[in-house]
Design a binder for this molecule. Structure first.
Ligand SMILES: CC(C)(COP(=O)(O)OP(=O)(O)OC[C@H]1O[C@@H](n2cnc3c(N)ncnc32)[C@H](O)[C@@H]1OP(=O)(O)O)[C@@H](O)C(=O)NCCC(=O)NCCS
Length: 181
């Protein structure tokens, strides 16, 4: 499965992506709101080996990379968690290399993936989990149309610290397909 937008290709991660992924995922400061920060290339190899080989498997994470069509450089990655046993809900998360932030790449790729989840995989609801201090991420999901549903207090242990967690959600019937094509 390969998804395309004006500027980007979104495709499943492969083991050959490990060095590019490591380069930006290793950055502790840029990824301070995230639980997974690889210390070594082997950590990335393990991560790629553990993600699902097949998309849309209940209980699994599927991992995509976001590639700039013009340069073929990986600008970021995007994970999809197929949460429930009925397989009607998904969780998504996105990370951009900080050199490629503030260009609209996250918005462009997330919209395409959301279209795919609603239209091709017939999902009913998509959620995302965000640290309340992660302002870029909050702006990103609100721009796309996610609704804030819940603020959990000290509900996640990240890097040894209990942090709050916002849950944002998008329902299929609220997704305006025309404006997101
Ligand atoms: C969350 C994250 C992906 C958001 O990235 P981002 O670059 O802010 O989002 P986009 O790529 O959609 O870019 C949108 C921004 O680019 C600007 N922009 C510039 N050129 C643009 C263009 N041609 N098209 C659209 N937007 C453009 C927009 O105005 C917007 O700026 P604003 O947020 O200041 O209003 C990024 O901050 C990140 O990777 N953070 C670290 C990982 C993380 O915490 N992930 C979240 C948890 S899963």
């Amino acid at each position: 499965m390969i998804l395309e937008t004006d500027r980007l290709l979104i495709r499943p991660i492969t083991i050959d992506d490990k060095h590019e992924i490591f380069k930006y995922r290793h950055d502790k400061e840029a990824n301070k709101y995230q639980g997974w920060i690889p210390e070594t290339i082997e950590d990335v190899e393990l991560f790629i080996g553990e993600v699902s080989k097949q998309i849309n498997v209940p209980g699994s994470w599927f991992q995509l990379v976001i590639v700039d069509k013009e340069t073929q450089v990986i600008v970021g990655d995007l994970g999809i968690h197929f949460i429930d046993s009925e397989n009607k809900q998904a969780e998504i998360g996105c990370t951009l290399n900080k050199d490629f932030q503030k260009k609209g790449f996250a918005t462009e790729s997330l919209k395409r993936v959301i279209d795919y989840l609603f239209n091709e995989l017939n999902k009913h609801r998509i959620i995302t989990s965000i640290d309340p201090d992660n302002e870029n991420s909050i702006r990103l999901v609100e721009r796309i149309g996610f609704r804030k549903e819940t603020h959990f207090v000290e509900s996640i242990l990240i890097n040894g610290k209990w942090v709050d967690d916002l849950i944002y959600a998008l329902i299929e019937k609220d997704w305006d397909r025309k404006s997101n094509k």
